[in-house]
Design a protein around this ligand. Structure first.
Ligand SMILES: *Cc1c(COP(=O)(O)O)cnc(C)c1O
Length: 356
């Protein structure tokens, strides 16, 4: 049969999300979900949902949620837009700022959804290669990306877990002639973030998600903040009712519980520190993480073997094939008990030659 697809779509591979297997006794550490449950305020909000109101369309602008987000960051409602996961935010950004004439630049390696979204727009991708092993930015970053209309800095980065100096970021925003998106999916686990840049620079957008630090990957909620001009433009391209009534109510409850967010994120940082030390003791190279996962190379630097050996023990982590990433596995920070299980398995695999 002849292909009826646009050439851009026919040529796409499509984004492949991390697997969601249904094995028993599974230790699932492959998609950076939170180790802990969402805020109890979400449970209360579910109990208070009025099923009868589902008859009515939700607020297309999600004003109550946007007002709360604006209040917490010292901004205005006009600075905020919410989406069906931050993937929805990314879709809006690509619709607004990329085309066959307007390229996008992003780090490499980074979140692999960006190049797929670029292809849908027929937009070229300018890769910014990170340094081997340290995954730091190249010194000539600005020069490399000067032709891009949209520059995505994933900070902290995924799957590498590291961050980049705040001063370098400020310098970049000051000098880049285009929109800078900071994808801050993991910022709640980090030492610092770029939220304040939104007040300083009219060309900066910061996106966040409820999937990681708020433990609500199943809900699908994310948001972006930026200058009123950029946010207004994004509203033009979003799906009319992109957030259902329940998501708006539960998201508001979760976001309002700032103490719980802080407590959970702090716990994960503590587990991360301990887990990193234990990995290093087993001879792993661990990239300094500012997220709820670690990117680590086993002693033999064979990421695929590590991935498979863990999988044989019902521990699912993520492995990214390729010269830049193939030495590593990405392991989500789970509960202390889950981390113990990973360490026990890795001891079996590496610390005892001949046993495996
Ligand atoms: C998880 C993740 C997202 C997507 O988050 P959703 O809100 O679940 O769509 C976006 N960017 C990065 C870098 C992520 O890791």
């Amino acid at each position: 049969m002849k292909s009826y697809f646009r050439t851009e779509i026919a040529g796409m591979e499509g984004y492949v999300p991390g697997e969601q297997p249904k094995l028993e006794n599974l230790c699932k550490l492959n998609t950076n979900e939170n180790a802990f449950p969402p805020s109890p305020a979400v449970k209360r909000a579910i109990a208070e949902l009025d099923w009868e109101r589902l008859r009515r369309y939700p607020d297309p602008l999600a004003d109550a949620l946007r007002d709360k987000i604006a209040e917490v960051f010292g901004l205005k409602r006009e600075n905020v837009i919410a989406g069906n996961g931050s993937d929805d935010i990314l879709t809006m950004l690509f619709r607004c700022f990329t085309s066959p004439e307007l390229p996008m630049a992003c780090l490499y390696p980074t979140y692999s959804l960006y190049p797929e979204l670029a292809k849908m727009q027929g937009a070229a991708v300018i890769p910014v290669p990170l340094a081997p092993r340290t995954f730091e930015l190249p010194g000539d970053l600005l020069k490399r990306v000067e032709k891009a209309n949209l520059l995505i800095i994933t900070r902290p980065n995924a799957p590498t877990g590291n961050s980049f100096p705040l001063e370098t970021m400020r310098e970049l925003c000051r000098n880049f002639d285009g929109v800078v998106l900071f994808d801050e999916a993991y910022a709640d686990f980090a030492d610092d973030n770029c939220m304040e840049f939104v007040k300083e620079f009219p060309n900066v957008i910061v996106s966040r998600t409820f999937s990681k630090s708020y433990a609500l990957a199943g809900l699908r909620l994310g948001f972006a903040v930026g200058s009123p001009e950029l946010i207004a433009g994004m509203f033009k391209v979003k799906d009319s009712y992109n957030l259902d009534r329940m998501t708006q109510a539960l998201g508001l409850a979760a976001f309002s519980d700032r103490a719980y967010l802080k407590e959970c994120s702090e716990k994960i940082r503590t587990i991360r520190k301990d887990f990193t030390e234990r990995l290093e003791n087993l001879g792993f190279q661990v990239v300094p993480s500012q997220t709820n996962f670690v990117f680590a190379a086993p002693p033999d630097r064979d990421g695929e073997r590590c991935f498979r050996a863990l999988r044989d023990r019902a521990i699912i982590v993520r492995y990214f094939r390729g010269p830049e990433t193939g030495d590593y596995v990405r392991i989500t920070i789970g509960t202390p008990k889950e981390m113990d299980r990973v360490i026990t398995a890795l001891r079996e695999i590496y610390a005892n030659p001949g046993a495996n």
